[in-house]
Design a protein around this ligand. Structure first.
Ligand code: ADP
Ligand code: MG
Length: 379
């Protein structure tokens, strides 16, 4: 279905057929909110919501692209890459970051189609960047590993788009392995594949409330974490323990202390969650999720009223093992761990309760672990 749609759009926009297909997944954090820029751990799941790019090389150095989800066209010349303050800048940024490495780039025609919701915390921007990087790599005829590709896509987002996000999104999208979650160490950028017990399913619960405060508040949180680390005399909050923090609590401004308590606790929860999910220890998964959400609400203060309503709906629904925030918070998507046999009952109950309390129809859907960005085999 999706393949036919993209093929038809390609024919309509550019004539003929695409010669290669790239894909890159979105992601959801199973544990570890805001730990990435504190150089800590994140348990991340590259998900079966993906961005696809169907492309065909051009010989004139132009990149012409159509974003099917937005019904929007954009184009640029590889010899003069300028910001335009629109979605196409994510593609321009990747071209800019790759060119800055001295990699030869070819132009192309492309249709972009995504099932990652935008601006909802599942990282549609990284999925777009990484799928585009795969196209440039394939057409340029050079090799590049996933870790380097992730770093260059992050550079595009940090320096070209101007968003000060951490490495989590691009790493998740580039380094996924089918069937696994990933434990990511954001200091040395090493990853470990993590098995999630068979009968535990991951379900996205989208509050459908926009993340309006996210940009500014995100920067404030980052600055507060840096302030806390500086007072504690560590390079990053990753290096402090809860005992060290409490011993020096009086030296930190109250708000900074709360932020540090959350990050240090959250970082420990990532490792505990990795064990609990692999072992299928439902009680522990549930407790860790509840602690994570309580900290996000009371200490890190990134929970909107819609998230609190969704948390209530998720925890009361049949089959619920655990539930928590996802992404940066401030609305957007949340994540639940659900008994495989109870998926339908869970979705129905969450939708009903959330709609009753907020008047908004949420979107609730399971996701599967997905492989990292790469070419698709379209026979
Ligand atoms: P998130 O990454 O959490 O989804 P961001 O604000 O970081 O949210 O990125 C969303 C932006 O990325 C969109 O506003 C758009 O500019 C761009 N984008 C993402 N996916 C697509 C797509 N499929 N087509 C065009 N632009 C996209
Ligand atoms: Mg993003």
């Amino acid at each position: 279905m999706r393949r036919e749609l993209v093929t038809r759009l390609f024919r309509e926009k550019f004539g003929g057929a695409p010669e290669l297909w790239a894909r890159a997944p979105g992601r959801v954090d199973l544990m570890g909110s805001h730990t990435d820029y504190n150089l800590g751990f994140v348990l991340t799941l590259p998900i079966s919501r993906e961005t696809w790019v169907a492309a065909r090389a051009r010989d004139d150095g132009q990149v012409r692209m159509f974003a099917a989800n937005l019904d929007s066209e954009d184009c640029f010349d590889l010899t003069s890459i300028q910001r335009r303050a629109c979605w196409g800048d994510y593609v321009r940024g990747v071209a800019w970051a790759l060119a800055a490495e001295g990699l030869p780039l070819r132009g192309f025609d492309a249709v972009i189609h995504s099932t990652v919701p935008t601006g909802s915390g599942l990282s549609s921007s990284a999925a777009l960047e990484c799928s585009i990087a795969v196209v440039f790599r394939a057409l340029g005829g050079w090799e590049m590993g996933g870790a380097r590709m992730a770093r260059l896509c992050l550079r595009a987002e940090n320096e070209f788009i101007g968003l000060n996000c951490g490495i989590l999104d691009q790493f998740s999208s580039c380094l996924g392995r089918a069937g696994c979650a990933l434990l990511l160490d954001c200091r040395d950028l090493s990853t470990r594949a993590v098995h999630v017990a068979e009968a535990i399913r991951v379900v996205i619960c989208d509050t459908k409330s926009p993340r309006e405060l996210a940009g500014g508040e995100y920067g404030v949180r980052r600055a507060q974490c840096e302030e806390g680390a500086a007072i504690l005399g560590v390079a990053a909050l990753r290096d402090a323990t809860a005992a060290e923090l409490e011993a020096r609590a009086a030296e930190l401004p109250p708000e900074v202390l709360k932020r540090c308590r959350f990050i240090i606790g959250e970082n420990e929860r990532v490792l505990a969650m990795t064990e609990a999910l692999a072992a299928g220890d439902r009680g522990r998964v549930g407790r860790l999720c509840s602690e994570s959400f309580a900290g996000a609400r009371d200490l890190y203060e990134i929970c909107s009223p819609s998230m609190i309503a969704m948390m209530d709906a998720m925890t009361r629904a049949p089959g619920s093992i655990g539930a928590r925030q996802a992404g940066a918070g401030f609305g957007g998507c949340m994540v639940a761990f659900v008994e495989a046999g109870e998926m339908d009952a869970f979705s129905a109950a969450v939708s009903e309760r959330y709609r009753m309390s907020t008047g908004v129809q949420p979107e609730v859907y399971p996701v599967e672990p997905a492989a990292g960005a790469g070419l698709m085999d379209v026979a």
